[in-house]
Design a protein around this ligand. Sequence first.
Ligand SMILES: C=CC1=C(C)c2cc3[nH]c(cc4nc(cc5[nH]c(cc1n2)c(C)c5CCC(=O)O)C(CCC(=O)O)=C4C)c(C)c3C=C
Ligand code: FES
Ligand SMILES: [Fe+2]
Length: 432
Amino acid sequence: MAFRAPISQLTKRASQSTISRLTAPSPLWQRSSANQLRSFATPVPPVTQDATSSKGPTAVVFMNMGGPSTTDEVGDFLSRLFADGDLIPLGRLQNYLGPLISKRRTPKIIKQYAAIGGGSPIRKWSEYQASEMCKILDKISPETAPHKPYVAFRYANPLTEEMYNRLLEDGFGGGKGGRAVAFTQYPQYSCSTTGSSLNELWKWRQRLEGKAPDNVVGGGNDGTISWSVIDRWPVHPGLVDAIALNIEDQLATFPEDVRDDVVLLFSAHSLPMSVVNRGDPYPAEVAATVHAVMQRLGHSHPYRLVWQSQVGPSAWLGAQTSDAVSEYIKKGQKNMILIPVAFTSDHIETLYELDEEVIGESGHRDTIKRSESLNGHPVFIQALADIAKAHLDSGETCSKQMGLRCPGCKSERCAESKKFFAGQGPGMTFAV
Ligand SMILES: C=CC1=C(C)c2cc3[nH]c(cc4nc(cc5[nH]c(cc1n2)c(C)c5CCC(=O)O)C(CCC(=O)O)=C4C)c(C)c3C=C
Ligand code: FES
Ligand SMILES: [Fe+2]
């Protein structure tokens, strides 16, 4: 993708209202009834590895982009983000333009994080979700217990390097060949998100454990960590159910006489059209999530999938969430629920962009609502455990999809990391 944004436009998105919503795990999970805690283990496509390597202890590493926990961390967060050629490819200008753009953008983004309580809640939620999931896994998968939770962020602490060093200190490498599962916390795969995290993991694996022999994945037989990957889970029934339950909670807040007229607007982070046209799987996988949620709801309401958070002036996938809301208002539609569908916890894009900008500035705060992010919802935590268990039981190294590069991919990083993570299962293809 060519990132051609003039710096003045890159700093355009903010407004200045404030909110005091959540910065720590809330008792949201206490609201759900016990019957929501049922299990949703799903079959996984068979890409097998040697089952003898699947005994505990097992490290489960939650991969995500992360966010600045305090406003002091915003500068570093943005400078890492704009240095990432998998997210924002600036070619040979990356080292020059990246720091320049991030520096110019920092003051506005600091204001946004200040407005949501002084930082992103992603770390708190990720650590909570990972440790709660491991407690469930210890019970439902005793053969791979104990399960040890780790978090690896791409642009904020704890970074991948820190997580990897902790794994080694905790005895997962160093001649023992322990087992670790890289579990993406992006339900839908994009090369700019999960792909970037895996490329980073591969980089640190190379640096900290040396170059792997071809047979290392699934075996760990050279004493290095044996990695497998949960690379996507867009239609897992537990994910779908948790999103649907949050929508039903919001629907219940509308007066009965208008409840049937509510429009459901699913909102996902957009992608530059250059990434879409390269053949990125994310738009189709987000659409799959939306369709599955609507099926679970019995298609009770009309809906659209719209896209938010575009940055800079180049073409991005639309319709934009903010435009969609104002156009529907003009058409007389005032009852709507915005549904974050591509991120598993609250962050600046929900707490600031949706709540403060889109809803706050719509003039219809009472009738345009947002469904909760997944955060600590027990159905969601159970889903994470079921996804991990199904992965551990299957012995797969990753999904079949992981092996195939985008038709337009020219990245050597993708070629190398996919060869490592996806190259080992029977029947895997990796177009290089
Ligand atoms: C599925 C989620 C996300 C996709 C896909 C995604 C793609 C993507 N993002 C940028 C540029 C920026 N994103 C920024 C913040 C940000 N992005 C996501 C999620 C996805 N991004 C989240 C959850 C956040 C916020 C993190 C938080 O803690 O709150 C930012 C920084 C904020 C800003 O400056 O506006 C940028 C920049 C691109 C270019 C891209 C696709 C290629
Ligand atoms: S950009 Fe999709 S595989 Fe490289
Ligand atoms: Fe983003």
